[in-house]
Design a protein around this ligand. Structure first.
Ligand code: FEO
Ligand code: CA
Ligand code: CA
Length: 553
């Protein structure tokens, strides 16, 4: 009560003065390339500076478009399959940059805008850092290994102090197929399969055939830096931050000004990483700050049973990361970061998703969304940091660096902030310890400037309101007081959605939130031709295509 919410920017809305969205999905690939992509995920508000103060009524919104539902994207779903459809699917991926302003008391998208831009699955992106130009990044179409077409599956994000946006590449493996019957070990380690996730891009864009183009998958799974203030700038894949299924890239500053990036690899039994730059952030010197993410040390986390943890460096030649152990170079260590983490004995986590750093004391929080396979046959068992078998509800791990300094690589202290789930559940492995409103599958996580922790849930449509989730309700966003642990539900999304991405204006009066895949049906993957939507939000009232959207609260 007391809040107002409305839709600001939905899939298909033009970023500038381009073509309007058509509800029958008859927009072309060329239209889609200048319209909002599908499946909004992370977002950020970059305030315009008016006078000397950041504006709370005028700024740039940058939004990730994680993936496509091709049953909704095309007028006849996937019944037919063409190069045009692949192009439209690729154009619906990537990042949006739009200009937003309060006009007559309501937020609107400014059209036209000189900042408006789409970065898509085919936009040229420069590769920088230690792996740039490495032989493993060279392909038929890019003999240099320095330019990749596109960024895909951009899930969570990061924001740098110098005003750029970090779009993270998560489940890139799903776009590739390798039907050769003999997967190279490095493709298998990153989850490439004979069929992929069903995007069918390889049928008209051969680089997604990983049997024919085995190096192409090495060009995805990176963090991509985008400068929203310069629509002509070329985004950059920063290889020093390692290659894995990047959920997000949360930036903090070390006490001495070096740049720290916390990152999760969102898959069952994968790792938590931390990059520490060599150089120091210099306020006001945008040019000098541009290269900070190219040089530094990537680390992977080990959470020990005594409540301490270690950051272990992914540095070629150190520890097990030697040529004798199959690691050819620093580029190789970064491209195969997961294998490096394996060699170092990092702790296998329950799907590390978003990471948030408290503005009061720098405590770091990371959502472990769930891991139903924890403790299953031939799978890792419980450990101190992943304490529940068949962990369907997930948990939130918290750590404090030595001296509260994000730049410290000394042993840190950690604990479990919250075990999610119904506090009344009969099974101790599923019982939550949250005080207040219960939730499960925590995913999005963000500290507002006051130190209130916002938690967003991503309960899969296949389990929502069923079985162990029967008492937990819809996907939602909650606010937690980290001092007391009290958690309260703030908003609930429309049917079939996930709530993801949140930021506020500097004056804390406006909150932007993304609503992803409203109307998703549990039979979605089984019926890609045209799944029956469970909601037609936001266009309604019934029968319409549901659309992911950024809302204003
Ligand atoms: Fe795209 Fe891990 O959520
Ligand atoms: Ca996520
Ligand atoms: Ca998600």
């Amino acid at each position: 009560e007391g809040y107002e919410a409305y839709v600001l920017y939905a899939w298909g809305d033009p970023v500038s003065d381009g073509p309007a969205f058509r509800q029958d999905a008859s927009n072309t690939a060329a239209d889609q390339a200048v319209q909002a992509g599908m499946h909004h995920d992370a977002l950020h508000y970059f305030a315009m500076v008016e006078g000397s103060a950041p504006s709370s009524t005028h700024g740039l919104l940058v939004v990730n478009h994680e993936y496509t539902d091709d049953g909704l994207l095309h007028a006849d779903g996937m019944k037919t399959w063409t190069a045009e459809k692949v192009a439209k699917s690729q154009a619906a991926h990537g990042v949006s940059i739009v200009e937003a302003r309060v006009d007559g008391g309501r937020w609107t998208i400014l059209r036209p805008s000189r900042y408006a831009r789409r970065v898509t699955g085919t936009t040229p992106i420069r590769v920088s850092g230690p792996a740039a130009g490495d032989a493993a990044l060279r392909t038929r179409d890019d003999a240099s290994g320095h330019v990749v077409l596109g960024t895909i599956n951009n899930c969570a994000h990061g924001v740098t102090p110098w005003g750029t946006y970090l779009a993270c590449e998560e489940n890139f493996n799903g776009y590739f197929v390798n039907a050769s019957g003999s997967l190279p070990p490095e493709q298998r380690r990153y989850g490439i399969t004979a069929k992929g996730f069903g995007y069918r891009w390889h049928e008209f864009d051969e680089r997604f055939d990983a049997a024919k183009h085995p190096n192409e998958p090495n060009r995805f799974g990176w963090v991509v830096e985008v400068d929203p203030w310069d629509p002509r700038s070329t985004p950059v894949k920063r290889t020093a931050l390692g290659r894995f299924k990047h959920e997000g890239a949360t930036v903090a500053l070390a006490a001495d000004g070096r740049v720290v990036v916390y990152m999760g690899d969102d898959e069952r039994f994968e790792y938590v990483y931390k990059f520490v730059s060599s150089g120091r952030y210099r306020p006001g010197d945008r040019e000098a700050n541009r290269a900070l993410l190219d040089e530094g040390v990537l680390h992977v986390a080990r959470f020990d049973a005594d409540g301490t943890g270690r950051w272990m460096p992914l540095v070629h030649g150190q520890g097990p990361l030697t040529a004798a152990n199959g690691f050819a170079s620093q580029a190789d260590v970064l491209i195969r970061a997961r294998s490096a983490g394996d060699a170092l004995g990092a702790t296998k986590m329950d799907r590390p998703e978003w990471i948030a750093v408290s503005p009061q004391g720098n405590d770091v929080y990371c959502t472990m969304t769930n891991n139903s396979q924890r403790g299953a046959k031939d799978r890792p068992g419980v450990d101190a940091a992943n304490p529940r078998a068949a962990n369907v509800f997930g948990h939130v791990v918290r750590w404090r660096e030595a001296g509260g300094d994000p730049g410290s690589i000394a042993p840190f202290r950690w604990d479990v902030f919250a075990r999610c789930g119904d506090p009344a559940h009969a099974d101790a492995d599923k019982r939550g310890d949250v005080r207040g409103d219960a939730y499960g599958s925590p995913d999005g996580l963000w500290f507002d400037p006051r130190g209130l922790l916002w938690i967003q849930t991503d309960i899969s449509t296949s389990t929502l309101n069923k079985g162990d989730y029967a008492n937990l309700g819809n996907n939602m966003m909650l606010a937690a007081d980290v001092a007391t642990g009290e958690t309260r539900r703030f908003l609930v999304g429309p049917a079939g959605c996930e709530v993801t991405g949140v930021v506020m204006t500097p004056d804390l009066t406006t909150m932007f939130v993304d609503i992803q895949h409203p109307g998703e049906s549990p039979s979605e993957r089984a019926d890609p031709d045209r799944p029956k939507a469970t909601s037609s939000w936001p266009d309604g009232p019934s029968g319409g295509r549901p659309r992911s959207a950024t809302i204003v609260v």
